[in-house]
Ligand binder design. Structure first.
Ligand SMILES: C[S@@+](CC[C@H](N)C(=O)[O-])C[C@H]1O[C@@H](n2cnc3c(N)ncnc32)[C@H](O)[C@@H]1O
Length: 284
């Protein structure tokens, strides 16, 4: 991998947007405890070499570095890595995971959160991520299935309908950019198809209520997508109303399901212990 300016993609929440700081802060606050807890439970430990793709502002990579220190390294890549502050042991690289080369059998741990669902080439990328792992290495993919994000409380029934129109439009914009907002539900099968074994699947749902990071993320999406929502038929008063609904103390909604899926690259057959020539059986 080399550091170089990377090409733009169809990714809808551009890191250069003025809303990006709020976006990444909400992801860190809302999701890092889940993502990092699963990595810790899987045995991520000092000395390991880690890769995070689509690292955003790098909060997972920074925390990973603390888990693998001393002796470990973390490479954090993104098509727009400008928000990842480098530090000793952490390398930040501009890298398009779809088109740029990835070293093979180089990492003990690879992490991808909320990246693959944005990429039409996600299955091919997944196969490359598996090849980047050493045998026995761990891949963790955390992805939303936004197929069901109900409004649970709203100031009025019309407000609930407007909110649900917004979540439907948001999913359509993601699809138009080549994304799959429901990919989280397909991630386990995709990891298995890519050759990983020992799959561990953990679903999480968060509440979007005033003051929660999950609502902060949704408010970011509303601000970021406002111009495209207007093109898609929302009038400015409806967009203002949506902001007011979501900030109201009478509002609550559920996120989609965040699936955190882990799998390991199998060791080659030659490195497995030789099977016994006769099966064990109980003496009779
Ligand atoms: C929703 S953000 C998630 C950021 C981070 N993984 C997190 O969960 O906090 C998606 C990230 O993927 C990056 N991205 C999009 N397309 C990419 C590509 N083709 N190669 C590498 N990164 C990409 C974006 O720039 C953005 O930082």
């Amino acid at each position: 991998m080399t550091a170089h300016p990377a090409a733009p993609s169809g990714y809808v929440f551009d890191n250069d947007s003025p809303h990006s700081d709020r976006h990444h802060a909400s992801l860190e606050e809302g999701l890092d405890p889940l993502t990092l807890g699963h990595l810790r439970e899987a045995g991520v430990a000092p000395g390991m070499r880690c890769l995070e793709i689509g690292a955003g502002a790098g909060s997972i990579s920074r925390a990973l570095l603390r888990m693998v220190s001393p002796g470990g390294t973390v490479t954090a890549t993104d098509i727009k890595p400008g928000r990842i502050a480098p530090e000793p042991g952490l390398t930040a690289l501009a890298h398009d995971v779809v088109t740029d080369p990835l070293p093979e059998e180089a990492y003990d741990v690879v992490v991808a959160r909320l990246v693959l669902q944005h990429l039409p080439e996600r299955r091919a990328v997944l196969r490359r991520l598996v090849r980047a792992l050493v045998p026995g290495g761990l891949l963790q993919v955390d992805e939303f299935d936004a197929g069901h994000e109900p409004c649970l409380l709203a100031p009025s029934p019309d407000d609930a309908l407007l909110y649900e129109r917004f979540t439907t439009a948001k999913a359509a914009l993601m699809r138009a950019g080549g994304g799959d907002p429901t990919w989280g539900r397909r991630a386990p099968a995709a990891l298995r198809e890519a050759g990983l074994t020992g799959l561990r699947i953990r679903p999480h749902v968060l509440v979007r209520a005033p003051g929660t990071p999950a609502l902060g993320l949704q408010l970011h999406h509303l601000a970021h997508l406002a111009p495209r929502l207007r093109e898609g038929g929302f009038d400015p008063a409806e967009l203002d109303r949506l902001g007011a609904i979501m900030r109201s103390p009478d509002f609550a909604a559920a996120t989609g399901v965040l699936y955190s899926v882990q799998g390991r690259r199998p060791a080659p057959a030659s490195s497995l212990p030789t099977p016994l020539s006769t099966p064990c059986s109980e003496a009779t």
